[in-house]
Design a protein around this ligand. Structure first.
Ligand code: FAD
Length: 435
């Protein structure tokens, strides 16, 4: 039984652990599975069913984690696709280089980062992970090994970035890195009293490379969108020190009542009230970018039934009204989200054909899985996102309707045409017509 990060999906799989790039026989692996399909699996940090292949084979790439080449004068690294950002930064930070794009956890593989075309706190200026990918090595099930880049096999390059692991197995990735002079960031935090303040601070922070806001979903209607806005930039001088992985782990599932409406309302209110506005500080990159990584297996705090994440992107012109409608719907439902993250995205076009991140505003919400009540709320949120011309992030999804996916990602037809016939996922079978 393999589960994804949200733990609401647990499915039977055949699991194959890949040690060496040349040991892989994809047709045999697919043939051994009940459904005849394989799917690469990185660190399983996707929340829903896009990293699962129920009744099929998952190819675990974790041991495919070797560096293949590094040019520390130009900041270009080539590594196997199972290498994590965690391991990459251990080596690159002391050399003065940082990944151009990092998500909210460093425990993701390069292959997973490409397949979901992940984005980070600097999307408004730097776009998504695909922007930093110079080339990829792809293994198809007919045994062909292709190099994909902006100039070679261009169409497959574009469909593999954000291609949900369906075009073949990514064997290696060549990345352009960001030069840094310090491993610390200058960070400023501001209290937001309402939603408009988020837009004011975002406009005001156009030249800050990293921005993000936390929103209190339990705030009353008059204070809708209140929260905290933080922005950061790498300091110009200081030491170059890689992070240390020190963390506590949630040992067991917590009882689901621990995170109830009352405890979350009280915590959010206290957190917001105690935060001072306009504070400045300096801190290491690990705490700024990856605060949740300090608590191992934090996904257990939602109890046995797990949780769903709902991450939407609303186009720029409708972002304000769309966000207001989403937050109002959540407030009225009484099922607030403990972690609600708001972020403006910039116009940088991703090379990925099906990338989620694009210009506009994104709201990411976690909801404990209480069954039908939660699913009903999520469907109402979907309807709001659809009404405002937005879309959901497949990496976080485990339940959106096929019709909504296909309408918001019309390029799915091209991905289906380029999909390796032996590759499939539970997500893909759910949102596309039978194959
Ligand atoms: C705490 C937390 C914070 C997060 N924050 C962000 C964020 O800020 N921004 C963001 O964009 N995402 C975020 N995510 C989601 C995460 O970045 C993505 O789901 C990422 O793709 C996970 O990488 P993984 O290695 O775990 O891949 P998996 O989840 O194992 O797989 C993801 C996809 O990649 C494919 N894949 C994996 N390896 C290969 C390969 N070698 N070849 C081909 N396909 C492959 C899989 O088939 C699957 O479709 C967050 C997740 C967590 C848990």
């Amino acid at each position: 039984m393999i589960e994804s990060w949200g733990r609401a999906h647990r499915l039977e799989h055949q699991v194959s652990c890949l040690n060496w790039r040349d040991e892989l026989d994809l047709p045999t692996l697919a043939g051994a599975a009940a459904n005849g399909h394989v799917l690469p699996y990185g660190m399983g940090r996707s929340y829903g069913d896009s990293c699962l292949n129920g009744d099929g084979t998952l190819i675990q790439t974790g041991r495919l984690d070797r560096f293949l080449a590094a040019d520390w004068t130009r900041g270009v690294v080539k590594a196997e696709a199972g290498l994590t950002l965690d391991s990459l930064m251990q080596l690159s930070v002391p050399m003065g280089w940082f990944p151009m794009i990092v998500p909210g956890t460093k425990f993701v593989s390069l292959g997973g980062a490409v397949a979901n075309d992940i984005h980070g706190k600097n999307h408004h200026l730097s776009g998504s992970f695909g922007a930093s990918v110079q080339a990829l090595g792809l293994l198809r099930s007919d045994g062909t090994r292709l190099t994909l880049s902006r100039s070679e096999n261009q169409e497959l390059f574009s469909l593999t970035i954000g291609g949900l692991g369906l075009t073949g197995l990514i064997e290696w990735v060549e990345l352009k890195m960001l030069p840094i002079s310090s491993s610390e960031l200058e960070i400023q935090t501001f209290r937001l009293d309402h939603l408009d303040a988020f837009f004011e601070h975002s406009d005001d922070s156009a030249d800050w490379p990293y921005t993000v806001a936390w929103v209190d979903c339990f705030a009353p209607s008059r204070a809708l969108g209140r929260g905290l806005f933080s922005r950061g930039r790498f300091a110009e001088n200081g030491a170059l020190m890689a992070h240390r992985n020190r963390r506590v782990t949630v040992p067991l599932e917590m009882p689901s009542i621990a995170l109830n409406r009352y405890s979350m309302t009280a915590f959010n209110q206290l957190y917001w009230r105690l935060s001072k506005t306009g504070t400045s500080m300096r801190d290491g990159y690990d705490r700024f970018f990856f605060p949740l990584d300090t608590i191992g297996r934090w996904n257990r705090i939602y109890g046995k039934r797990g949780f769903y994440q709902h991450q939407s992107l609303l186009p720029p012109d409708d972002a304000r009204s769309g966000l207001r409608a989403l937050l109002e719907e959540i407030r009225q439902s009484g099922q607030g989200s403990f972690l609600a993250v708001l972020k403006n995205y910039g116009p940088e076009q991703s090379p990925g054909a099906l990338s989620f991140a694009g210009e506009g505003c994104s709201l990411a919400l976690d909801f404990a899985n209480t069954g039908r009540t939660t699913l009903d709320l999520l469907e109402r949120l979907d309807a709001i996102v659809a009404k405002f011309g937005g879309r959901l992030y497949p990496a976080k999804d485990g339940r959106m309707s096929g019709a909504f996916f296909r309408a918001s990602y019309p390029q799915w037809v091209e991905l289906e045409a380029a999909r390796d016939p032996l590759f499939s996922s539970t997500f893909w079978r759910r949102v596309t017509p039978a194959h």
